[in-house]
Design a protein around this ligand. Structure first.
Ligand code: HAM
Length: 447
């Protein structure tokens, strides 16, 4: 029987000891996306099942095998989103964003659900940071989102991640290609898995993406889409490459990338690492010029990508990437007796109003135990309040890193605390570099 204290297979908890890392990553992504004019869109975690069937595609692994689909109490078929694009397109249409200034650029950070076999970097609940751009069909736009993704990796200090690009053409050039594929796979029909046998007539390109080892072996020698591109698609692809080169972005053309979702047209790309095992694709995306129309809108070119946050974290942990420190407790106010504890609570509130992090005892422990706790949580400063401090209006402030002590007046406590911290920093740095720094910079951490 399942233990109720065990998380469901394929899901992860993020504990306070590491959540600051993911917050840092997300904050960087949000800031970079906004520098490119992408703004956040939030959509529900579940949608009508049909939305994913129509967009991701009936013959994809995601729709055929991996969706969390259930009937709600109103007998509607509901699916937990397996990816972020479909919901974004649905919202773009529902809220008439096509009437606003084009291109419309949005980003999201969202949980996603796929019933896949869990392994390192592959979860059943995972998170994507994604961007989508509606209304720009140019190669420049494809390049811009690739440059954005690249900037995210650079900013975060991720190394050894390679960009692979391909073009899978438009429906026109794909017709000839599909025929060539059908012919090739028919010759290998008996060896294909049952799912791929079913895909052969409906959507032979999906066989290229099958995870079964036999099918992927057969797929290796299949005809390549790049040999079938029409002139326009070819020109578009060449231009994408020129933009990337002009932006000093290294890339490799990988003609085997077809992506696992049906909506793509023309440019597709992946950022891949070989340091995190089989699930090395950290980011995937591309152009999807037909999807808005497929879901009932006017023809609208679009493109986007998504980065898997857990995979990115796995890579950064593998590479021992440095993160800015977690916000620390700036001052722990230890107290003896109820009056002192009430005062501690008021002083902590004042400090927090100034953006500082302050804590005091809410357990009722001895001063010794409180100081032990302050040390454990890494408090930068401590002060002890008792009856005599309340009477004299003065206490002793201790700098926990070097043990130095300073007298502090309780009246205007927050101002006094800040002055002492600044003075100590000036003394230790001889004033060098202190100008223009905020108190929160001096105290450090992610204040
Ligand atoms: P995708 O390649 O299916 O594309 O997923 C994007 C990223 O999500 C992957 O590169 C990977 O990092 C992460 N990911 C996918 N499945 C899992 C999993 N089971 N466990 C952990 N991480 C996973 C899309 O979803 C498209 N919607 C991307 C896109 C946006 N294309 C255009 N716009």
């Amino acid at each position: 029987m399942a233990l109720i204290t065990n998380a469901i297979k394929g899901t992860l908890d993020t504990l306070p000891s590491s959540s600051y890392k993911i917050q840092y990553i997300e904050a960087a992504m949000r800031e970079i996306a906004e520098n490119y004019g992408f703004y956040e869109m939030r959509t529900p975690v579940f949608e009508h099942t049909e939305l994913f069937q129509r967009s991701v595609g009936e013959t994809t692994d995601v729709v055929q095998k991996e969706m969390y689909t259930f009937k709600d109490k109103g007998d509607r078929s509901i699916t937990l989103k397996p990816e972020g694009t479909a919901g974004a397109v649905r919202a773009f249409l529902e809220h008439g964003l096509f009437n606003e200034a084009m291109p419309q650029k949005i980003y999201y950070v969202t949980p996603c659900y796929r019933y896949e076999k869990p392994q390192a970097g592959r979860l059943r609940e995972f998170h994507q940071f994604g961007v989508e751009c509606f209304g720009a069909g140019s190669a420049a736009q494809d390049a811009e989102i690739i440059i954005l993704a690249n900037e995210v990796f650079n900013y975060l200090g991720v190394n050894n991640i390679s960009l692979e690009i391909n073009s899978i053409g438009c429906p026109e050039c794909r017709k000839k290609y599909q025929e060539a594929l059908k012919e090739y796979f028919k010759a290998n029909y008996d060896d294909l898995c049952d799912t791929c046998k079913g895909r052969l007539e409906k959507n032979p390109m999906r066989i290229l993406d099958c995870k079964s080892p036999v099918c992927s072996k057969i797929a290796e020698k299949a005809p390549k889409i790049l040999d079938y591109l029409c002139e326009d698609c070819n020109e578009h692809f060449e231009l994408v490459k020129k933009y990337l080169t002009a932006n000093n972005i290294d890339f490799k053309v990988n003609p085997t990338i077809v992506r696992g979702l049906d909506y793509y047209t023309r440019t597709v790309f992946e950022f891949v690492s070989n340091e995190i095992g089989a699930q090395g694709t950290v980011c995937g995306g591309g152009r999807y010029d037909g999807l808005v129309e497929e879901l009932g809108g006017k023809p609208t070119p679009a493109c986007g990508f998504a980065i898997g946050l857990e995979r990115l974290m796995l890579l950064m942990d593998t590479q021992k990437t440095e993160f800015p420190e977690r916000k620390k407790c700036d001052l722990y106010i230890a107290s003896m007796g109820e009056q002192a504890n009430i005062k501690a609570s008021a002083l902590a509130a004042d400090l927090r109003n100034e953006g500082l992090s302050a804590q005091f005892d809410t357990v009722g422990r001895s001063v010794k135990a409180q100081m032990k706790y302050a040390d454990k949580i890494g408090a930068l400063y401590t002060v002890v309040l008792g009856d005599s401090e309340l009477e004299s209006g003065r206490a002793v402030l201790k700098n926990m890193s070097d043990g130095t002590q300073a007298e502090i007046e309780l009246a205007d406590f927050t101002d006094n605390f800040q002055s002492i911290v600044i003075k100590q920093a000036m003394d230790s740095l001889d004033g060098y570099g202190i100008e223009g720094l905020e108190i929160t910079d001096i105290l450090g951490g992610q204040n």
